[in-house]
Design a protein around this ligand. Structure first.
Ligand code: ARG
Length: 350
């Protein structure tokens, strides 16, 4: 290397990647909050900036040929700088295993944070940590405690729960326990608190884009807490239609992020939908952290669609029970027609 650029992209990561993904409710295959996947297009954005400045004609990345990350790096490069060539040395060089790579590093005095007994491949950023390899490769093995980097094992978490309250404004988390807080700071704080209670450990078998099933564990206390809280607030302020439809968008959004299509017209369109959907996602969610759990303890919003007077079973009830009769007459009509028709069929059978 002749030159090194160092750029702190954390604020950009929060504003342009994490917050939109949180608002979208995007979690791959219902478990993985996408920390690694989200960081790739951000890294390429930074690399392309440097490449242009240095008038480079190619970008290099260190991915193997069987993972998702090569796809994310290369699709983003193609989108942002189609004129740049991509070089992937690890895909072309002679290494056949992780052991060989460790030997090579040793021989050439390259310091690496892995050993043959702790050969974990670890990717770590603000939104979470991804850990694979070693004992984890057998999906029957419970993850060894030493694989986890930031969360306390359940046996050692506090015996008493901790309550926290997260405030949202139009879908963006903006406060902790009633105190305004910059979202980056909030994520760091929740990583620390959640980690202490063992919240955000995820053990998953997932489908890679290249067709391989892989077993990976994740630690994402902040992402787990914020997705749980955000989703709960949406339940309070969304209509049933919006809630159900947004689930479809969340799932598609998570695939686009996972498959490396962060920069794409379809993702831009989904972002527009998501942004509109957040209009009333303002309010607070109270959570109880205990022994790896993140439990909803309360929610409130000025824009809540919940009406106690309609839901209550007490004398304060304002719901018009007599209206239900006519409603059932009409809503139940298709069921009645089918019931009559089915009866006829069984007669023909006789
Ligand atoms: N499976 C995750 C993804 O595709 C993480 C990949 C990187 N994992 C790692 N341990 N280096 O986004």
């Amino acid at each position: 290397a002749k030159k090194l650029y160092f750029d702190d992209l954390r604020q950009k990561f929060v504003d342009e990647y994490i917050i939109p993904t949180l608002k979208a409710g995007a979690v791959y295959q219902d478990k993985y909050p996408l920390a690694t996947a989200l960081s790739r297009p951000l890294i390429v954005e930074g690399m392309v900036k440097v490449a242009k400045k240095e008038k480079a004609d190619a970008l290099a990345h260190g991915c193997t040929g069987k993972g998702n990350d090569q796809v994310r790096f290369e699709l983003t490069t193609r989108y942002l700088a189609p004129e740049l060539k991509v070089i992937a040395p690890v895909r072309e060089w002679e290494f056949r295993s992780r052991e060989e790579e460790i030997d090579y590093a040793k021989k050439h005095n390259i310091p690496v944070p892995v050993t043959k007994t702790k050969p974990y491949s670890i990717d770590w950023n603000l939104w979470g940590i991804s850990i694979e390899c070693g004992k984890l490769e057998d999906p029957w093995n419970e993850p060894p405690e030493d694989a986890y980097q930031i969360t306390t094992s359940l046996e050692k978490t506090p015996e008493k729960p901790e309550y926290i309250t997260i405030g949202f404004e139009k879908g963006t988390p903006v406060s902790l326990n009633g105190k305004k807080m910059d979202t980056l700071k909030l994520i760091e704080k929740l990583t620390e608190i959640g980690g202490r209670y063992g919240v955000g450990r995820i053990d998953m078998v997932e489908d890679r884009l290249v067709g391989i099933k892989s077993r990976e564990i994740y630690e994402a206390p902040a992402a787990t807490i914020l997705h749980t809280a955000h989703n709960e607030l949406e339940k309070l302020v969304f209509s049933r239609d919006l809630f159900e439809f947004k689930k479809v968008v969340s799932q598609r959004y998570s695939q686009l992020v996972y498959f490396g299509q962060w920069f794409s017209h379809i993702k831009e369109c989904l972002d527009a939908f998501v942004e509109k959907s957040q209009r009333f996602v303002t309010g607070e969610v109270k959570l109880k952290l205990y022994k790896g759990n993140c439990i909803i303890a309360g929610r409130r919003s000025l824009y809540s669609l919940y009406r106690e007077a309609l839901a209550t079973y007490t004398s304060k009830d304002m719901f018009d029970h007599t209206a239900a009769k006519g409603f059932l007459e009409i809503f139940g009509l298709p069921s009645k027609l089918e019931g009559i028709r089915n009866k006829k069929e069984s007669k023909w059978e006789i």
